[in-house]
Design a protein around this ligand. Sequence first.
Ligand SMILES: CC(C)(COP(=O)(O)OP(=O)(O)OC[C@H]1O[C@@H](n2cnc3c(N)ncnc32)[C@H](O)[C@@H]1O)[C@@H](O)C(=O)NCCC(=O)NCCS
Ligand SMILES: Nc1ncnc2c1ncn2[C@@H]1O[C@H](COP(=O)(O)OP(=O)(O)OP(=O)(O)O)[C@@H](O)[C@H]1O
Length: 198
Amino acid sequence: MTIVLGLTGGIASGKSTVSKMIRELGIRVIDADVIAREVVEIGKPAYQQIVETFGLDILLDNGEINRGKLGEIIFSSEQKRLQLNEIVHPAIRLEMLKQIEDEKRKHSNAVVLDIPLLFESKLTYLVDKTILVYVDEETQLKRLMQRNGFSEEEAVLRIQSQMPLTEKRLLADELINNNGTIEETKKQLHDILSYIIH
Ligand SMILES: CC(C)(COP(=O)(O)OP(=O)(O)OC[C@H]1O[C@@H](n2cnc3c(N)ncnc32)[C@H](O)[C@@H]1O)[C@@H](O)C(=O)NCCC(=O)NCCS
Ligand SMILES: Nc1ncnc2c1ncn2[C@@H]1O[C@H](COP(=O)(O)OP(=O)(O)OP(=O)(O)O)[C@@H](O)[C@H]1O
């Protein structure tokens, strides 16, 4: 039996940092953000729908989607964000399901889905257990501004487009507090995995 773990968090809460640690243990991680990029490549059905919905202005000179520009649009309008979600989420979900099935066929002990919107998109049915990487609001804002070079306003808009981490904490099976050092986070992860995966 392959156990399917859902790794989630908020924007810049540390999911990628934790998923890298998981990969280092030899466990396969399926990254929803990577899949989200692949399903909107030129020529894919979702690409066409995005251009029809948001117009040619959101394209770069080479025809690819200008992610910075599309981000500005969808993180400042809930209606636009829901429109984009409706276009891309079904394709992301299908691809994630396919990759989970691949891993089950290989009889791996465990596979991890790294997916920021696990709770918002009600996708917990895909996984056996959920692990939340959380930080306090101040740390989240600071790390997001630093990593992406966003102004406070841009960073706040993105954080507010997701379910608050305080709410996600009530929904998750396991919690990793990532306010501290990388080593402290790694220890929590190892403790959780050694208890879940035998
Ligand atoms: C708007 C886009 C083009 C911005 O691209 P960009 O390269 O700047 O950011 P990236 O994709 O790396 O996402 C960064 C983080 O933003 C957050 N985020 C992304 N999309 C959304 C969304 N629709 N709602 C809430 N938060 C989101 C997530 O925490 C994600 O980890 C891109 O995020 C996108 O296509 N989003 C829609 C698909 C989606 O929902 N992805 C989230 C995982 S399923
Ligand atoms: N414990 C930590 N101490 C200091 N910095 C950290 C820690 N954990 C993560 N970071 C930094 O915070 C930023 C956000 O972390 P990371 O990219 O892992 O978040 P994420 O949840 O994957 O983000 P996203 O939702 O945008 O994909 C990165 O710049 C990362 O290097």
